[in-house]
Design a protein around this ligand. Structure first.
Ligand code: HEC
Ligand code: HEC
Length: 417
């Protein structure tokens, strides 16, 4: 690994690259990248209709154009990186890495989330810095550690030099390519990536034998002693299997003690005073300020190291986990929650506390999460569950049974401003 220190006008970036200085080969489209039907068991039909913006209706030609753009390396500065580089449809639109690799083999600070069901997100990115899929799509194009383009005009110029593209934009939007329409087409394609029809969805729909007894017990724990529904549901009083997220941000204690968060927050307040989105984007992907999470967007102290609650459909096949890819298996995730996570973390969410779950109960929760795998990844899911299980048999770095069965530790007070 090569580390270069580089001063940008404002945010100090620390760029690490792979030894090869190259991004991995661009994943091609395939059966798992095709637009999905809304005729799946569990799809919230009204919501799926309501999240389509009025100024960007879905049409088959626009979706096809968006799919072509999603897999096209020409959106990047040197042709080597496409959206699919980090959102590979063979891995439920993730990249299987702790943090993603962009142009010149530059390694970013954040784990690539799936784009499946992202149409339902109230905000995009782990810190919610983008409001819509359209707004989100432009940022990786000009992030120096992702697609590396100098400007969005350069992106458009690359596309407009291809007659097939100019024809397609003319047909779909009635004009030459421009960045608004590029992001609209990509967003329209992303809104076809609907993930339901899992064994769990069949169970909720009344097929009692669609999931095993272990997964059924896991679902019960999810909503009771596991406390998962406090955040991974819209309400914690009603069983809600729609999207497994409250669309909110929480500090759940992921790796915060490794960093001098207070000093970083002071730095961020100064450096990001303008609040410009590309600036915040670079801070999140390219600098140590990344750990500040939602604070980068709001500059409010309680948002320090708070991240968005992710949907967990297909979570089995999208390892590693959390915003920094720091956990390898679903057993590690469970150990993190079971011990009540983050000691010495003044901003830890009050709903994170020791859970006193037994080993059998942890296995049940993993079985429940495994039942959230969509049909196209069923086989990958079986391989992945076996891989994670055998890894968990030899390594459980987060397991701390004493803390899991102990009292809730006293939480330190936030430092005075
Ligand atoms: C170099 C890797 C890389 C490339 C290229 C890339 N992404 Fe991402 N993507 C990421 C990472 C990492 C995140 C999370 C970053 C964060 O939250 O700060 C992300 C987040 C997202 C999200 C937000 C999902 C959510 O649940 O919040 C969407 C949508 C998305 N990317 C779509 C795209 C599109 C469209 C493109 C192409 C224009 C693209 N990405 C290119 C790595 C990449
Ligand atoms: C206080 C709110 C809260 C509670 C309670 C909670 N979660 Fe989370 N969960 C989050 C947030 C926020 C993240 C993202 C954190 C990060 O990446 O730093 C997350 C991430 C995850 C992930 C990783 C997803 C991915 O794609 O990386 C899994 C799996 C998960 N939670 C499952 C659970 C389970 C199971 C429980 C109950 C034992 C639970 N969560 C309880 C808020 C919560």
């Amino acid at each position: 690994m090569h580390v270069q220190a580089r001063m940008q006008p404002s945010v100090p970036t620390r760029i690490v690259t792979t030894a090869t200085h190259r991004a991995p080969p661009i994943p091609p489209p395939g059966p798992s990248s095709e637009p999905k039907s809304v005729e799946q068991v569990g799809v919230p039909l009204q919501l799926t209709h309501d999240v389509i913006p009025g100024d960007n209706p879905q049409t088959p030609e626009k979706i096809a154009l968006g799919e072509k753009l999603f897999f096209d390396g020409r959106l990047s500065v040197d042709g080597t990186v496409a959206c699919s580089t980090c959102h590979d449809p063979r891995r439920a639109f993730t990249d299987g890495r702790a943090t993603s690799i962009g142009v010149d083999g530059r390694i970013g600070q954040r784990n690539s989330p799936t784009i499946m069901n992202a149409l339902y997100n109230k905000t995009q990115f782990w810190d919610g810095r983008a409001a819509t899929l359209e707004q989100q799509a432009a940022l990786p194009m000009i992030n120096p550690s992702e697609m590396g383009q100098p400007t969005l005009d350069a992106v458009v110029a690359g596309i407009a030099s291809d007659a097939q593209y100019t024809d397609a934009f003319q047909r779909v939007f009635g004009r030459a390519p421009n960045i608004t329409d590029v992001t609209r087409a990509i967003a329209a394609y992303e809104r076809t990536q609907i993930a339901y029809d899992t064994p769990f969805d069949h169970f909720i729909a009344g097929e009692t034998n669609a999931i095993g007894d272990d997964a059924k017990r896991g679902w019960q724990l999810f909503n009771t002693r596991g406390r998962c529904n406090k955040c991974h549901a819209l309400t914690d009083t009603k069983l809600d299997p729609t999207n497994f997220t409250d669309n909110d941000f929480h500090n759940i204690g992921v790796n915060i003690v490794r960093h001098d968060v207070v000093a970083l927050a002071r730095q961020a307040e100064k450096l990001l005073a303008s609040g410009e989105l590309p600036e915040v984007d670079r801070a999140a992907i390219q600098s140590d300020l990344s750990v500040l999470g939602r604070f980068l967007v709001t500059k409010k102290q309680p948002d320090t190291a708070a991240f968005k609650t992710p949907d967990i459909r297909n979570v089995l096949v999208t390892a590693p986990y959390f915003h920094d890819g720091s956990q390898q298996t679903l057993w590690d995730v469970m150990d993190h929650y079971n011990k009540g996570a983050g000691l010495r973390d003044p901003w830890l969410d009050q709903d994170i506390q020791p859970l006193a779950l037994t080993e059998n109960e942890i296995d049940d929760m993993v079985a429940f999460m495994a039942s959230l795998t969509t049909p196209e990844y069923a086989e990958l899911g079986r391989t992945e569950l076996a891989r994670q299980r055998s890894q968990a048999l030899v390594s459980r770095p987060q397991r701390d049974t004493k803390r899991a069965f102990g009292p809730k530790p006293v939480q330190p007070k936030p430092p005075s401003p």
